[in-house]
Write a protein that binds this ligand. Structure first.
Ligand SMILES: CC(=O)SCCNC(=O)CCNC(=O)[C@H](O)C(C)(C)COP(=O)(O)OP(=O)(O)OC[C@H]1O[C@@H](n2cnc3c(N)ncnc32)[C@H](O)[C@@H]1OP(=O)(O)O
Ligand SMILES: O=C([O-])CC(=O)C(=O)O
Length: 393
């Protein structure tokens, strides 16, 4: 959206004075503004495609592990077996939370949102990291890897403490996705569920200059530290217009109830000028590149579970999507299929956005390193529209 607002504070022109310059063009929300280059990922709305370091994300989701994709995003190339083994060894060695981090989480009230827990945990992890202020690329990659390794324990511990369940220690013999689910549910689910979870992590890992990544880059641009950048990014992701939408989708489904009510519910919601969570996107206007892969994954999960609840949820998903496409021509974004998928996997709804954090930390930290490698302080201008200069009475 482009708006130009005349300044209330612009002084009146005097005869003979040079005419004031035209008001600057304002791009609300920085819509359409290209602020920097990146080689981490390419979002192409014309072809509905998303490339991670040049590779189509759908192909990565079909053929690679989340660990391999993380390496790719951080280092620019897929790992050799030796590089993957080295990364895996470090990741598995750092899965358990340091006592101070665990205690800090346990001190937080269960009335706070799990995103607050995530945000606090990352901040505490940073405070205890002796290399926090070392901004060399090697140190930044090492910190990113350790943070990525620890976040599943943060998310799992928080869901379990809220449910009054015993905390489950990580299992070094399991892969990333299996271990995450094991720590959350106390057992490793069927392969179909593990794969669905891993696909969601790969799809969520990176998406160019979205609001949370841009937040991380703004913080990095001041030469602040990596944990501060990630802490800020978590705050940005929490909002319902960004990552928080995956939770909001489940609230919408709960409000609608059953598939046959979807169209009528939508009509009323649109009359009330409500935003329908999980639909629309700032960049994609013809559909989100990741949705077909995640919807197929959701359908596979539904077929695998075979429960009435899963079938009904899928029918509701389809009915709301059809109605929204017909009424507004606005298509789902990735948060639409991940919400019900995480629900069917057994996650509590407020845990959905922290799952997004566990995946996106890879993209955020890849951008932190990139920003620092060619830094310029990010500091845009604003057009003043307040009071003209006046005397203090
Ligand atoms: C992983 C992610 O972060 S993906 C995004 C997740 N967020 C959501 O799902 C929240 C719901 N969606 C939205 O609010 C928006 O689509 C956004 C914030 C994602 C993108 O918004 P913008 O690019 O700023 O588009 P904007 O909000 O200006 O929408 C353009 C028009 O489409 C409408 N629109 C866009 N999305 C929606 C929606 N989800 N429900 C209803 N109307 C919508 C707007 O009302 C507006 O209509 P108008 O021109 O008549 O005023
Ligand atoms: O790109 C965006 O604006 C939001 C998004 O889809 C993401 O961060 O994955």
């Amino acid at each position: 959206m482009t708006t130009s607002t005349p300044s209330v504070g612009t002084p009146a022109t005097t005869p003979g004075a040079v005419a004031p310059a035209a008001p600057p063009e304002i791009r609300k929300g920085l819509a359409g503004v290209v602020v920097d280059t990146t080689s981490v990922s390419k979002v192409n709305p014309d072809t509905n495609s998303l490339l991670y370091r040049g590779y189509p994300v759908q192909e990565l989701a079909a053929r690679k592990s989340f660990e391999e994709v993380a390496y790719l995003l951080w280092h620019g190339e897929l790992p050799t077996p030796e590089q993957l083994a080295e990364q895996t060894a470090v990741e598995r060695a750092h899965r358990a939370l340091p006592g101070a981090v665990r205690n800090a989480i346990l001190e937080l009230p269960t009335t706070c949102h799990p995103m607050d827990v995530c945000r606090t945990a990352v901040s505490v992890i940073g405070a205890h990291d002796p290399t926090a202020e070392d901004s060399s690329p090697e140190a930044e990659h090492a910190k990113a890897l350790r943070l990525w390794a620890m976040l599943p324990a943060v998310v799992a511990l928080d869901q379990r403490r809220r449910r009054g369940q015993q905390i489950v220690d990580p299992d070094e013999d399991l892969g990333y996705a299996e271990n995450f689910l094991h720590m959350t549910f106390g057992e490793v689910p069927d392969e179909c569920v593990v794969r669905a979870f891993e696909v969601s992590m790969i799809l969520y890992a990176e998406h160019s200059f979205n609001a949370s990544t841009f937040t991380a880059r703004v913080i990095t641009s001041t030469l602040s530290d990596l944990h501060s950048a990630v802490t800020g990014a978590i705050g940005a992701l929490k909002g319902a217009l960004h990552g928080g939408a995956n939770e909001a989708v489940m609230a919408t489904f709960a409000e609608i109830g059953t598939a046959d009510r979807a169209a009528a519910w939508l009509d009323e919601a649109l009359v009330d000028k409500r935003k329908i969570m999980g639909f629309g996107h700032r960049v994609y206007k013809h559909g989100d590149s990741r949705v077909p892969t995640m919807k197929k994954t959701l359908d596979d999960l539904v077929a695998h579970l075979g429960t009435d609840e899963a079938t009904a949820l899928d029918a509701l998903y389809d009915a709301l999507e059809a109605a929204m496409t017909e009424r507004k021509g606005i298509l789902p974004n990735l948060d639409y299929p991940t919400g019900p998928a995480y629900h069917l996997m057994g996650f509590d709804t407020p845990t959905f956005t922290p799952l997004f954090v566990a995946a996106r930390v890879v993209g955020w930290t890849a951008h932190v390193v990139e920003q620092r490698s060619a830094n310029a302080l990010i500091r845009p201008l604003s057009q003043y529209v307040g009071q003209a200069q006046r005397e203090v009475p």
